[in-house]
Ligand binder design. Sequence first.
Ligand code: FES
Length: 140
Amino acid sequence: MMLEIKIVADGPFYFKGSFTYIDEQMTCRHMAGESLVFCRCGRTNRAPFCDQSHNSFFFNTHDQLERKYAVSGKLTNQEGGEVVVAAIQNGPMHISGAVSIVDDSGVTWRGTQVKLCRCGLSQIKPFCDGTHKKTNRLNQ
Ligand code: FES
């Protein structure tokens, strides 16, 4: 089943689908169709989940879904194998397997490998550009 992610401008990631989730402690859980809201501002006190902290400061995402190369045409649920979402310690959310990402304006990205920014500092959100390595925001 394809993982569907909705990104809200200046807000969190909404994940919906069946996938294996591996947290920063390498604990594996199977998510069977639940909806989960993950932080992408890097300031949550409930990591990796959103606690609305993005409302407490100026978090401007300027999402750039179209800048990243994506699989064109239709992506089947089987492409990319099992969907695995891994929260990298002090880094992005790495996703492998069929994933579709849609923003507020309907721009859609589809692919089978992606790293999504969780620190809130990437210049190509929602994608990770490696900026997390220069900050300790995710260590707080
Ligand atoms: S997690 Fe934000 S730039 Fe990598």
